[in-house]
Design a protein around this ligand. Structure first.
Ligand SMILES: C[S@@+](CC[C@H](N)C(=O)[O-])C[C@H]1O[C@@H](n2cnc3c(N)ncnc32)[C@H](O)[C@@H]1O
Length: 233
């Protein structure tokens, strides 16, 4: 069997730096004391029903940055279970601060690549996936580093429940078109938009993210919702 963690079979890195400035003592402390209690064990199959035994919905946020969106959603929906993944250590430190300050009991985290989490999730085990303002890799020669690739979308189709959803946002026009193209090729997903307002305006309950607020892209934010077809396959 192919070992997905071996260097030869690992996908290209889709993220930039994994550490910036030295962590503040409080955040370093949370990495050492709180993260071990919340960390997902990606060496083994994950079972969201055990992680969140009473949760009405299970949500996965890929690339949560500083965790503001994740924490806001977890606060707004205490009855839902949230898995957040981010390889950037300083982002994880910030997220842990939000989790501690909010005394959030419905969050589990992974410091690393989301593809390692997705691989360990059972079929049809997640209701909602957020991928908000992923690294755009705007140069053509770097497009292969983008998180959205046919294999990743295939894996999302596997883990998202029938009628569940993937919510994607970007402010790079080419990344929006790229994502639409790849999702449209996977017939297990359907783009839910019926009119321009559906992709120009965020979905109900959206919380503006840190990157979104910076407006670094080349277009206004585009919000794409892909619903998993109820059928299997
Ligand atoms: C441009 S930032 C946006 C952060 C946040 N979603 C926001 O909107 O403020 C993209 C984030 O995705 C993370 N990322 C990139 N590839 C990832 C991967 N394979 N798994 C998990 N996170 C990833 C990066 O480390 C980075 O923090």
């Amino acid at each position: 069997m192919t070992d997905p963690s071996s260097p030869a079979t690992r996908p290209l890195r889709s993220f930039g730096r994994i550490k910036a400035r030295t962590l503040r003592p409080r955040q370093q402390g949370l990495i050492e004391t709180l993260l071990p209690h919340l960390a997902l064990d990606v060496a083994e199959p994950l079972d969201p029903r055990l992680l969140f035994s009473q949760a009405e919905l299970v949500v996965l946020e890929i690339g949560f940055g500083g965790g503001e969106h994740l924490a806001a959603q977890a606060t707004a929906h205490p009855g839902w279970g949230f898995m957040g993944v981010e390889p950037f250590l300083n982002g994880m430190g910030s997220c842990l601060r939000h989790v501690e300050e909010g005394n959030l009991q419905n969050v589990r985290l992974h410091l690393g690549d989301a593809r390692d989490v997705v691989r360990q999730l059972p079929d049809g085990s997640v209701d909602l996936v957020y991928i908000l303002f992923p690294d755009p890799w705007p140069k053509t020669k770097h497009h292969k580093r983008r998180l959205i690739q046919p294999e990743v979308v295939g894996e999302l189709a596997r883990i998202v429940k029938p009628s569940g959803e993937v919510r994607f946002a970007t402010d790079w026009a080419n990344y929006a078109a790229w994502t639409l193209e790849i999702f449209s090729r996977d017939h297990r997903f359907v783009w839910t938009a019926e009119e321009a307002a559906d992709w120009r305006a965020p979905w109900a309950g959206h919380v503006t993210t840190r990157y979104e607020a910076k407006g670094l892209g080349d277009c206004k934010p585009v919000f794409l919702r892909f619903r998993r077809f109820p059928g299997g396959g």
